[in-house]
Design a protein around this ligand. Structure first.
Ligand SMILES: *Cc1c(COP(=O)(O)O)cnc(C)c1O
Length: 367
């Protein structure tokens, strides 16, 4: 049997190759390389599909968070609260503004920031919360918004793993002050290089973000403040416009694959399958189980040519980069424990039933 990949970007390319090749050629024919008509077109299409007033594209999902924090005026002396379990982009961008990162443990069922543990971390310096819709499962936005209102905090939703996920029927990213997206190739909506965007219904925030990402200017040579260079290029925009047409179909397939996995493996003792909150639409960027003897299982899967991943092997507060915060395991017991148990199985829309059963058979043969 062939190797089972973790994601299969080739299969997706081949399913829409003709359309993509034409769109790429068009950009080159028109030399619309940076910003320009294809970028504007994608911004309009994403805003329409997302049901949001403004889409500000930028170079990647990390910049999207940084730009939003800067546009909200967050900087030195401020504190920003975020989850203990995420990719480092979520927290490093807080530090980059000069603010201090304050971590909160995760919810034991849904792996997103635990709203019950947020308030105890709020101080006079707290300015914002960054919930992450981890693995494609929305954080509890009802409770987070309630806390944010009470304490007058901004909310930036990190939607890098959660394109078109919903909380109580509303698209994530449109509930807080802004949502940030990554279009890294392996994300649910992925470009063929780095790309990202910010979505918001706040006019002023949109303008500031657009300016900050473009050297502090809306118009060439009219720099109102210093910013950065974080632009989307035309090729990525054109590719994203094509792929956007298929996102609903691909999301439905991810959800279907996830439910097939759960059906097949939830009975295996030693494995905990993912659960979805009743108010959430989970878009399964990742299908993450918790398991006994995780490292041995991963080795066994590898011997059976099944790829897998760990998201993430070290919870953020315990990375060397945050050694200065001097956290101990008891500070974030759930994130600490789960980072030793989680395993991400292959997940992509093109995964077929035969492949899923090959993966689940390898799980059975281990336990
Ligand atoms: C991928 C990711 C990012 C960063 O996106 P890039 O486009 O790689 O910069 C930020 N947050 C989370 C949760 C992510 O998964």
């Amino acid at each position: 049997m062939n190797n089972i990949p973790f994601v299969d970007l080739k299969a997706q390319y081949h399913s829409i190759k003709k359309e993509l090749d034409i769109s790429i050629q068009n950009v080159i024919n028109e030399t619309a390389f940076i910003k320009g008509k294809y970028v504007q077109k994608f911004e309009e299409e994403y805003a329409e599909a997302y049901g949001v007033k403004h889409v500000v594209t930028c170079a990647n999902g990390t910049d999207a968070i940084y730009i939003t924090l800067k546009a909200l005026g967050i900087g030195p002396d401020d504190e920003v609260i975020t989850t203990a379990l995420s990719w480092i982009s979520t927290s490093e961008t807080i530090t980059q503004t000069g603010a201090r990162v304050v971590f909160v443990d995760i919810d034991p069922d849904y792996y997103t920031i635990d709203p019950a543990k947020i308030e105890e971390k709020i101080t006079e310096k707290t300015k914002a919360i960054i919930p992450v819709h981890l693995y494609g499962h929305p954080a509890n936005m009802s409770k987070i918004m309630e806390i944010a209102k009470k304490h007058n905090l901004k909310v930036i939703e990190d939607c890098a793993q959660a394109h078109f996920a919903k909380w109580k029927g509303q698209n994530v990213g449109t509930i807080g002050n802004a949502g940030t997206f990554s279009f890294f190739p392996g994300k649910n909506l992925g470009a063929y290089g780095d790309a990202g965007c910010i979505v918001t219904n706040d006019d002023e925030l949109a303008v500031k973000a657009r300016m900050f990402a473009n050297h502090g200017a809306l118009k060439k040579h009219f720099h109102e403040f210093e910013g950065i260079n974080s632009r989307l290029d035309g090729l990525q925009a054109a590719i994203l416009s094509v792929k956007l047409k298929y996102i609903n179909e691909w999301t439905a397939l991810r959800i279907q694959n996830a439910s097939t996995f759960t059906e097949l493996i939830s009975d295996i003792p030693g494995i905990v399958t993912p659960v979805t909150h009743e108010d959430a639409k989970h878009v399964f960027h990742l299908y993450v189980i918790r398991c006994e003897s995780r490292d041995e299982l991963q080795k066994h899967l590898k011997e059976n040519r099944v790829s897998s991943g760990i998201h993430y092997p070290t919870a953020l507060p315990y990375l060397k980069s945050y050694g200065y915060l001097k956290h101990v395991p008891d500070d974030f017991p759930i994130a600490y424990q789960y980072s030793r148990e989680i395993l991400s199985l292959p997940m992509y829309p093109e995964l077929d039933e035969k492949t899923i059963s090959a993966i689940t058979n390898s799980l059975y043969s281990f336990y």
